[in-house]
Design a protein around this ligand. Structure first.
Ligand code: NAP
Length: 276
């Protein structure tokens, strides 16, 4: 599995990991098996959140990784409504309990909320100090929000911004990716398949998939991770998991990339950050 350094952290992580939103809709034993299979396939970044299934998804993840915790880079997220200094500490404790682990690798604010970012950042930083999480970050933050978060930091750095990124929404390429690259913040793209269906592929892009002997979804993943953005597709089917893991090793040529980028262009002007 193709892996690269995760921002400044010193961790080398696979470019394709695993999402878990709505995995509670799959029978529990199959969901647990899917997550474990994903790890065996090298997709060791597991993304979850207190919001998913009202905590049930964190419990499923906890069950899946109970004996393989040290092989996993575990990411969870706090709801903005819980993101006061005390609220974030309580939320993290609840998540750790459900996940059946003593620490997270990365804890993110799920999206910008009403509580002052300075207080949220203080809460997040305190969780690093108390070893509840190794790294902290944000999600759904545009460059303006990122500036506010960076100004609030005292002791830690932002390791990651998790944002929407798929062939039908390449908006983050305009402002967010350049900003994060300058500040050494890893970009983790969520919903790489647009949550459900891919856009229709024109014949020119179909040809590229044929040449690489890969599926449309594999081609989409290979394109999205081409410049070091981490992707976290959610899959509960074994076949999908295998497909997604293998996509990290597809070597697109510069001509392939131009062709795909032309078929699925980034927006021609600045627009609000996309969010699901
Ligand atoms: P997604 O990964 O874009 O798409 C998931 C769907 O694609 C599922 O229906 C899955 O089916 C299917 N799929 C996966 N691999 C496939 C393959 N190789 N071939 C055919 N179908 C395939 O959607 P997502 O769950 O919205 O996004 C991924 C993760 O990002 C989430 O699970 C979550 O962890 C994270 N996320 C974060 C935020 C945020 O605000 N930070 C928001 C949304 C999502 P099966 O399950 O049947 O395999």
């Amino acid at each position: 599995m193709k892996s690269i350094p995760f921002a400044f952290t010193g961790e080398v992580l696979p470019l394709v990991g695993q999402g878990t939103w709505m995995i509670e809709k799959t029978a529990r034993d199959r969901a647990v098996e899917a997550i474990r299979t994903g790890v065996d396939l090298g997709m060791t970044v597991i993304d979850t959140a207190e919001m998913y299934g009202d905590g049930i998804v964190e419990e499923i993840v906890g069950e899946a990784i109970h004996d393989i915790r040290d092989r996993v880079f575990l990411v969870s997220k706090v709801l903005p409504s819980n993101a006061t200094y005390d609220g974030i500490r309580r939320a993290c404790d609840r998540s750790l309990k459900r996940l059946n682990t003593g620490y997270l690798d990365l804890y993110l604010l799920h999206w910008p909320g009403a509580h002052p970012i300075d207080e949220t950042i203080r809460g997040l930083e305190s969780l690093v100090a108390s070893h509840h999480t190794r790294f902290i970050g944000v999600s759904n933050f545009d460059s303006k929000d990122l500036k506010g978060a960076l100004q609030a930091l005292r002791n830690e750095q932002l390791a990651c911004n998790q944002v929407l990124y798929h062939l039908g929404d390449r908006g983050i390429e305009r402002r967010v990716i350049p900003f994060c690259e300058r500040r050494r913040i890893a970009v983790m793209g969520y919903s790489p398949f647009g949550h459900r269906d891919l856009p229709t592929f024109p014949a020119s892009v179909n040809q590229i998939a044929l040449r690489h002997n890969c599926t449309h979804r594999q081609l989409a993943l290979a394109f999205l991770i081409r410049n070091g953005v981490f992707a976290i597709p959610k899959a509960s089917s074994m076949e999908h998991l295998r497909e997604n893991a293998a996509a990290a090793n597809i070597a697109l040529t510069p001509e392939d990339i131009v062709e795909i980028a032309t078929a699925f262009p980034m927006p021609s002007r600045d627009a609000p950050l996309g969010m699901i």
